[in-house]
Unconditional design. Structure first.
Length: 205
């Protein structure tokens, strides 16, 4: 299973241009604002999970954040981000891994995940993901998750996903994380379609 997942994403990132994928955003404004709302120090450890070649890292670097981590299952995606960032990449630690089997000696202050969490469709995977967040974050860490809402698509990049409501998010994270903020938002894809997302900002209890 793991290898087919890897192959799927390597194919996506080696055959499609950055603006040919539905999650493309030149200015990921919502994610930027949610990270800023965490009010963490500029050298806080911030990890972008399944960030691919997303522009969040570029924008955070421009805002002066200096301790950034980018995790993606696809090496091609990571290479693309490195190339684009050029010299600025020295403030970023790149990690090729899937988010379930990722183990780190670092503890992160902000865990950000837009459009990666919803690919987990099995109860045990979702539970493992949550436990991974708990293990790999600091005491009062911030958890920001953007995922397809119940008004969003049922598939992404040809794969089935799990849709979420506030209640469903709370059922997963509510016991270990305090909900700060939650809202839905329409994302316009490069193909002029609309995807409805739910964004939740949690603080670790």
């Amino acid at each position: 299973m793991e290898n087919t997942k890897n192959q799927h994403w390597e194919t996506v990132f080696t055959t499609k241009a950055e603006n040919e994928v539905s999650w493309y955003q030149k200015q990921p404004q919502t994610s930027i604002q949610l990270v800023q709302a965490c009010k963490v120090a500029k050298d806080a450890k911030i990890i972008d999970i399944g960030g691919g070649d997303s522009y969040l890292i570029d924008n955070l670097l421009e805002l002066g954040y200096t301790n950034l981590f980018l995790l993606d299952i696809s090496e091609a995606a990571i290479e693309r981000a490195k190339k684009r960032l050029g010299d600025k990449a020295q403030n970023v630690t790149f990690i090729v891994s899937d988010s379930l089997h990722f183990q780190s000696d670092e503890k992160f202050d902000v865990w950000h995940d837009r459009a990666s969490f919803h690919f987990f469709t099995e109860v045990n995977e979702i539970e493992q993901y949550k436990n991974n967040v708990i293990v790999n974050t600091t005491q009062n860490a911030h958890l920001i998750i953007g995922t397809f809402s119940e008004d969003g698509p049922l598939k992404c990049s040809g794969l089935l996903i799990t849709q979420y409501s506030v209640e469903k998010m709370e059922a997963v994270f509510g016991e270990d994380f305090e909900l700060e903020n939650c809202f839905t938002e329409d994302h316009q894809t490069p193909f002029d379609t609309i995807q409805n997302f739910i964004f939740c900002h949690y603080i670790k209890k």
